[in-house]
Design a protein around this ligand. Structure first.
Ligand SMILES: [Zn+2]
Length: 313
C-alpha cells in the first residue's frame, strides 16, 4: 500500500487542489491534454519578474478559490472537494518554499457545460481536432474546465491539474515539462475523501506503463515542452506522474524534489531553468535515482522496467 498523503490543514479560506482520476461507470475516458501558455509567458508571470497583481508576493489577502458554473449545474460537494485538494497542495508548497515565499492569491475555476461556449472562451470556436478539456490563464488567474456530460466524471481531476499549473507557474515561472506536468498529473489523480486527500493510482497510466515501460530519467528530463507535446504524449505524462509519485512517496525522493523546487524557485525568471544538476544530488546520483524509481514502479504499480532510451520519444 502506498502511504496516505494527508497534509496539515491550510488555515485560510476555501482551498485549492486535490485530485482524482474518476472513471465514471466503468467507461474509459482518455485523459485529453491541456494547453498551457507559452513558457515565455510563464517566465513573465513569475513573481519578481513582472508586475503581476494576481499573484503579487506582497498580497495580504489569504489564498482563496472561487468556483463558477457556466451553462452547468455542479454537484453540491464539488466546491468542497476542490477546497480540500487545494489546501493539500498549498500545504505542500508551504513545506517546499516556506511561508515567506508562498503566494496568496485568488484562483477562479470556471466549469463550462457547453462545448461551443468552451471553444469560444478558448479562442478556437471552429477547431476541428479539438482535444482540450481544460486550460488556464495566468493573466486572470483562472482555470477553465469543460463540463459537458461526457467529461463531468473527469472534471474535478482536470480542475486539480490546471490549478496545479497555475500554482506552479505563479511560484516557479517556466519549468521543464517533467516537473510541471508530473505535479499536475499527481494532483489530478489525488482522491478526496471527506476532508482528506489520498494518493490514488491512475489506472490508465499504470496500464500504459505496464505495456510499454516508463521513460528513463535521462530521456524524460531532457525533453523540451515542444518535444513533450508531440505525438504519443500519453507515455510522457504517465512517466512523469509515476516519477513525481515515487519522489513524493520516498524519503530521499521527497528531499530531492524539495531541492529541485527550491532550485526552480531561485531560477524563476529564467526561461529554461536547468534542474538536472539538483536531481543528480539524489543520494547515489542519477543512477541510484533511476534504479530506486524502477524498484518503486515494480513494487507499487507492478511495472517491470523502464524502456530503452531509444524508445523514449
Ligand atoms: Zn498539464
Amino acid at each position: 500500500m502506498l502511504p496516505s498523503t494527508k497534509q496539515p490543514t491550510f488555515a485560510t479560506a476555501a482551498g485549492v487542489l486535490g485530485l482524482m482520476a474518476l472513471l465514471g461507470g466503468g467507461t474509459l475516458l482518455m485523459h485529453l491534454r491541456d494547453k498551457p501558455p507559452d513558457p515565455k509567458v510563464l517566465a513573465l508571470a513569475a513573481p519578481h519578474c513582472s508586475d503581476s497583481t494576481a499573484t503579487s508576493p506582497a498580497a495580504t489577502e489569504p489564498f482563496s478559490i472561487a468556483v463558477q458554473a457556466e451553462s452547468a449545474t455542479l454537484p453540491e460537494d464539488l466546491e468542497h472537494k476542490i477546497a480540500v485538494g487545494a489546501e493539500a497542495a498549498y500545504a505542500q508548497w508551504r513545506e517546499w518554499l516556506g511561508d515567506d515565499a508562498l503566494l496568496h492569491s485568488r484562483i477562479n475555476i470556471r466549469f463550462v457545460g457547453d462545448d461551443q461556449q468552451f471553444r469560444q472562451i478558448y479562442g478556437k470556436p471552429n477547431a476541428d481536432d479539438w482535444t482540450t478539456t481544460g486550460f488556464y490563464r495566468m493573466r486572470s488567474n483562472e482555470a477553465l474546465i469543460l463540463y459537458t456530460p461526457e467529461y463531468q466524471p473527469l472534471a474535478l481531476g482536470n480542475a486539480f491539474h490546471e490549478i496545479s499549473h497555475l500554482v506552479t507557474a505563479a511560484h516557479l515561472g517556466a519549468t521543464p515539462p517533467w516537473l510541471n506536468e508530473g505535479l499536475a498529473e499527481y494532483y489530478e489523480t489525488l482522491d478526496v475523501v471527506d476532508d482528506d486527500v489520498r494518493f490514488a493510482k491512475n489506472p490508465l497510466h499504470i496500464q500504459l506503463l505496464r505495456r510499454r515501460g516508463a521513460l528513463s530519467v535521462d530521456a524524460m528530463t531532457t525533453l523540451s515542452r515542444k518535444e513533450w507535446m508531440q505525438e504519443d504524449a500519453q507515455r510522457r505524462y504517465a512517466s512523469a506522474w509515476s516519477f513525481i509519485s515515487f519522489m513524493l512517496h520516498s524519503e530521499d525522493g521527497r528531499r530531492t524534489l524539495q531541492r529541485v523546487v527550491q532550485q526552480a524557485y531561485s531560477q524563476r525568471c529564467a526561461a529554461r531553468p536547468d534542474l538536472r544538476k539538483t536531481l543528480a544530488d539524489y543520494p547515489g546520483g542519477l543512477q541510484a535515482l533511476e534504479s530506486d524509481w524502477v524498484a518503486w514502479l515494480r513494487d507499487n504499480l507492478r511495472v517491470e522496467a523502464t524502456a530503452p532510451i531509444d524508445q523514449a520519444l
